[in-house]
Write a protein that binds this ligand. Structure first.
Ligand code: GDP
Ligand code: GDP
Length: 455
């Protein structure tokens, strides 16, 4: 993506997703030709940002960093999205739904000179279902005597229409002021992670698997004196540890270091602790005691990391105690208990002796890269096209669900939304996931796939 942006010369257009992390997202929605792209240009105040697209060329980048009244937010533009000519209404509604899902608030644009059309009404239905804050923009009100046109749009039932001329800028400031009122200060859709600095790792596992031993082994003599690091704000329970010359935040280590007594409720406490650490982390290092039979609690910890949507590396600790027999059992236990996480790296090591602890960094890098992978909408849809052509969904009860369109709604972890004409078999979904992993290498990260059925 970066290369592409640099090659085409639109540097400004390219932005680092990290910088926008956690900022509220405002989406501009509306049927084709109402002036969405024009409004986006107006808001971004740089015409070059949104290139007039060649028809038929999919523009994949839909989010832009934007500012208004001293506030930073992310603007999602649906103006250049390809429309399916056959089912125009439907594809407009589908794509709007994706954009709405990615948004914290929506500006719904209607062409006041045309009035509410059938497609507009379809979109209102989608908007209503979303329960997101909505602002109704009555566009193409280029002069005061056109304001009466805007008033007709009360009929859409979305409250007061705000007259605006995206082309000339008339009313645009007022519209944005209003938009800032409905836009939450913090995003509930974007990841609110610290923008930069060392990666955040949760070291988790049931009691006695060797978490504090590993922490000590990794910290060794290379413990970073945090006060030396200018400008780092730090939670006292987090620890900065340098491994191979690179610093990593190990979050919530107080919980790891504080020895837990095996009393009633320890399990519960451990799971709360795990949850808290996962909240703050980007990656989970899940420790298992390879010398003992895998327990239910081990599986629960692994599942918690997956459910939290974190990158995962699995560690088989205490390898110094593992003999040939145990090794065989372990293989069997992994196959049976951890089949939901075949995609994660496994490292056999000994926290006690330090054997193979040097393999951790590479696995973490790989998992984090997978976690942040983004596939462009164009690539994703051609991939799915080929996949379906090679292996169509089986016919069920005389029906065969078709895949209409898909998009990667987010990263960290990768999340996909697939629009179909019917429910997909679980087996077919798994097939899609498997192929996604084969083709795009989402190693070490969970993938979330949601299917939206259009009737
Ligand atoms: P989109 O498909 O919703 O992104 O619409 P565009 O932004 O591409 O605009 C469609 C057409 O409407 C273009 O010819 C624009 O110049 C025109 N347009 C957009 N906003 C206004 C406006 O405020 N006033 C007038 N008169 N025309 C506008
Ligand atoms: P925690 O409760 O997960 O923090 O586990 P600890 O780090 O306190 O380790 C529990 C016990 O396992 C301690 O007695 C450690 O010495 C031991 N232990 C940890 N790692 C290893 C290892 O790699 N090999 C062996 N043999 N023992 C280990």
């Amino acid at each position: 993506d970066e290369d592409e942006a640099l090659l085409s010369g639109d540097y400004e257009d390219y932005f680092d997703e990290e910088d926008q992390a956690g900022l509220p997202v405002l989406a501009i929605i509306g049927r084709p030709n109402v002036g969405k792209s024009t409004l986006v240009n107006r808001i971004l105040e740089r015409r070059a940002a949104v290139v007039q697209d060649t028809p038929g060329v999919t523009r994949d980048r839909v989010s832009y960093p934007a500012q208004w009244a001293g506030r930073d937010f992310t603007l999602v533009d649906t103006g250049g999205w390809e429309m399916d000519v056959k089912g125009l209404d439907k594809s407009v509604a589908d794509q709007a739904e994706i954009a709405i899902e990615m948004a914290d608030a929506v500006i719904f644009v209607v062409d006041a000179t045309v009035g509410a059309t059938h497609t507009d009404e379809q979109l209102v239905r989608v908007l209503r279902r979303s329960n997101k804050p909505i602002l109704l923009a009555a566009n193409k009100v280029d002069s005061a005597n056109q304001e009466a046109d805007a008033a007709y749009l009360w009929s859409l039932g979305l409250g007061e229409p705000f007259p605006v001329s995206a082309l000339h800028g008339r009313g645009a400031g007022d519209l944005l002021d209003k938009a800032m009122e409905i836009l939450p200060l913090e995003s509930s859709v974007a990841q609110s992670m610290p923008k930069d600095g060392p990666r955040r790792i949760a070291l988790i596992g049931r009691p006695n698997v060797g978490k504090s031993s590993l922490l000590n082994q990794l910290a060794g003599s290379d413990r970073v004196v945090v006060n030396d690091l200018a400008g780092t704000t730090r939670d006292p329970v987090d620890e900065l540890i340098e491994i191979d010359g690179r610093p990593w935040w190990f979050v919530d280590t107080a919980g790891v270091r504080r020895k837990m007594h095996r009393t009633t409720g320890a399990d519960y406490y451990a799971s709360i602790r795990t949850q808290a650490a996962l909240e703050k982390a980007e990656l989970a290092l899940v420790l298992l005691d390879a010398s003992e039979k895998m327990t239910e609690q081990d599986v629960r910890v692994v599942q918690a990391a997956i459910d939290a949507g974190r990158a995962v590396v699995i560690i088989n600790n205490k390898w110094d105690l593992v003999d040939e027999d145990r090794r065989e059992q372990l293989k069997f236990e992994h196959e049976r208990e951890l089949k939901q996480i075949q995609w994660a790296s496994r490292i056999n090591l000994s926290a006690k002796t330090g054997w193979h602890t040097n393999r951790i960094v590479r696995a973490m890098d790989e998992a984090l890269a997978g976690w942040e992978t983004r596939i462009s909408t164009g690539r994703l849809n051609s991939f799915l096209g080929e996949l379906v052509a090679a292996k169509p969904h089986p016919v069920r009860g005389g029906k065969q669900p078709r895949i209409l369109f898909a998009t990667q709604a987010s990263t960290k972890p990768p999340r996909f939304v697939i629009f179909t004409t019917g429910f997909l078999d679980p087996a077919y979904r798994r097939f899609i996931e498997r192929r996604l992993r084969e083709d795009f290498g989402f190693h070490g990260t969970p993938i979330q796939i949601s299917v939206r059925v259009r009737e």
